[in-house]
Write a protein that binds this ligand. Structure first.
Ligand code: NAP
Length: 262
């Protein structure tokens, strides 16, 4: 635990990008967690870690290059986290892969189906397997999966996305039934609508511009999930008293329809 000398609790944010991943990492960092950020892109990870370390304190955020499509890559990242920071107390599996513009099933390649499903589902299975033994030994732990409307409804164009998210939901229920009574709190968090991040949020905002809907920009939080606000929900779920644990929760912005969009 050479990089966590004060023995702070550890959160692993798997699929750490500038949207939900960074916001959740930042929120837990302000609650005295040390943060392991896992993703593939070096400069993005370095920027996020720097922001957290500047805002919260040096040595709070640590980065681990990982490709969630490759089990060995996941195993070696978690081995390093364990030896450098200590056992993981909170696992947030946030990675997801989908097309912005859907493609019909017969036009979807097997390679895309496999790659996306590895990110949406297999990575969560591998990460959970790696953290649960230490959580069992401690008698407690939190596992938070970032999910989407696609976990509840299969929609045209998203054959390479929805099956993985359906599976992730099921995995979360299995973890709950197997380990909840032993102290592990697992939650599937369904984000029911677009997030105000670079990719999907950017597409939506460009659409508003094209359609001359500038009033929506002024009221962006009524239309798009704000990562920093969502991060409070992750903290709330982690700190729920054990007599009132949530297993699944959905959130959407005020003007978003209920389970309508993917
Ligand atoms: N954005 C939305 O509108 C929206 C809506 C509903 C649900 N969600 C869910 O929210 C989650 C993502 O949150 P976000 O959109 O705000 O993204 P984010 O937290 O900004 O970034 C997620 C990060 O996951 C990483 N990732 C993807 N594939 C990976 C791989 N193979 N190995 C390692 N890391 C990988 C990417 O980093 P690298 O490319 O550097 O690896 C990406 O930056 C997903 O589960 C998604 O389904 C998003």
């Amino acid at each position: 635990m050479s990089q966590n000398p004060s023995n702070k609790p550890v959160i692993a944010v798997v699929g750490a990008g500038p949207g939900i991943g960074e916001a959740v990492a930042h929120r837990f960092a302000t609650e005295h967690f040390v943060v392991a950020l896992l993703a593939r892109t070096e400069d993005k990870l370095r920027d996020m870690a720097q922001t957290i370390n500047t805002d919260v304190g040096a040595g709070t955020a640590h980065i681990y290059f990982t490709d969630l499509r490759i089990e060995d890559s996941v195993i070696s990242a978690f081995k390093r986290i364990r030896s450098e920071l200590g056992p993981v107390n909170v696992l947030v599996y946030n990675a997801g892969a989908r097309r912005v513009n859907g493609k019909a099933l017969i036009d979807t390649t097997s390679e895309e189906f496999e790659n996306f499903t590895k990110i949406n589902l297999f990575g969560a299975f591998w990460c959970s397997k790696l953290v649960i033994p230490d959580m069992l030994a401690a008698g407690k732990g939190t596992i938070l999966f970032t999910s989407a409307t696609g976990a509840l409804r299969g929609m045209p164009g998203l054959s390479s996305f929805s099956p993985g998210k359906f599976g992730l939901r099921s995995l979360c229920q299995v973890i709950t039934r197997e380990y909840q009574a032993k102290g592990i709190h697992a939650v599937n968090i369904i984000i029911d609508g677009p997030v105000d991040g670079k990719l999907i949020g950017g597409v939506v905002k460009r659409q508003w511009e094209r359609n001359g809907e500038s009033e929506k920009v002024a009221e962006v939080d009524a239309y798009l999930v704000q990562p920093r606000e969502l991060a409070h929900t992750y903290w709330f779920l982690h700190t729920q008293p054990r007599s009132t644990w949530t297993q699944e929760l959905d959130v959407r912005a005020m003007k978003e329809g209920l389970f309508t969009k993917l």
